[in-house]
Design a binder for this molecule. Structure first.
Ligand code: ADP
Ligand code: MG
Length: 237
């Protein structure tokens, strides 16, 4: 067997959806810009995690992905680093609204994602702001007005701000649904659908989930276009 086959088997990686590119088994394989590789080096990481290795080359082809992998497998950088590359390709002005939108279930998770985006996007000069419930809107709206390449938001608060017409989605071309299963468990499906309805259809959508129940399959079927499905380990189908 080839080194790719050995890698996929060893890490229990399966990918379906046609013409799946080989995983990036090392950081050298990624061809990421030096300013991104520098931050990875500073963090002391030695190799991509399996979910990163298999989803990165697919994401760089601008394809939709459903990624199913357990907690702690490195999913956040799995989408943030392709998001940095996406931003570099688009070169939009963040004053005109975000280019990348990340939906996450809780305030805690959203702020963790923002921290990771600011840390690994520092040398790439990525701006990122966070919108979540349980805190006054005033400060969040002020930050949003300053402009951000990436907005990380919980669905309830983002939907409120959308209804107030205080966010412009016209530049959004990369949508990430993180912990999709948890967002649905928390009852956010109506807000997610309202939000996604306002995003231009010519977008890339990446969905991350730890489990794959029928509710998640249904929303994936509705929101993603010819996704490649990547599993790490045997998450029950
Ligand atoms: P998940 O979202 O799958 O639960 P996280 O994205 O939160 O996982 O990552 C878990 C931890 O692994 C974080 O502390 C993160 O910084 C770290 N991590 C991410 N990628 C790598 C890597 N390639 N090598 C080592 N550690 C990594
Ligand atoms: Mg996560």
């Amino acid at each position: 067997p080839s080194s790719v086959e050995v890698y996929l088997q060893k890490h229990e990686v399966t990918a379906t959806g046609g013409d799946v590119p080989a995983p990036f088994m090392t950081f050298e394989d990624t061809g990421f810009p030096p300013e991104i590789l520098r931050e990875i080096h500073v963090a002391g990481f030695t190799s991509p995690t399996p979910i990163q290795a298999q989803t990165w080359p697919i994401a760089l082809q601008n394809r939709d992905i459903v990624a199913i992998a357990k907690t702690g497998s490195g999913k956040t950088l799995g989408y943030l680093i392709p998001a940095f590359v996406h931003l570099k390709r688009r070169r939009n002005n963040p004053q005109n609204g975000p280019t990348v939108l990340v939906l996450a279930p809780t305030r805690e998770l959203a702020t963790q994602i923002q921290d990771e985006a600011l840390k690994f996007g520092r040398a790439s000069r990525v701006s990122c702001t966070c919108l979540y419930g349980g805190a006054p809107k005033v400060h969040q709206l002020k930050e949003l007005e300053r402009g951000a390449d990436i907005v990380v938001a919980t669905p309830g608060r983002l939907n409120d701000i959308l209804e107030m017409k205080r966010i412009d989605f016209r530049q959004v071309s990369l949508l990430v649904l993180d912990e999709a299963d948890r967002m649905l468990d928390m009852g956010f499906e109506p807000q997610i659908r309202k939000i996604v309805n306002e995003i231009p259809p010519q977008r890339q959508t990446l969905m991350y989930t730890a489990t794959w129940p029928k509710e998640v399959r249904k929303i994936a079927g509705d929101l993603l276009r010819n996704p490649v499905q990547v599993n790490i380990g045997n998450v029950d189908q």
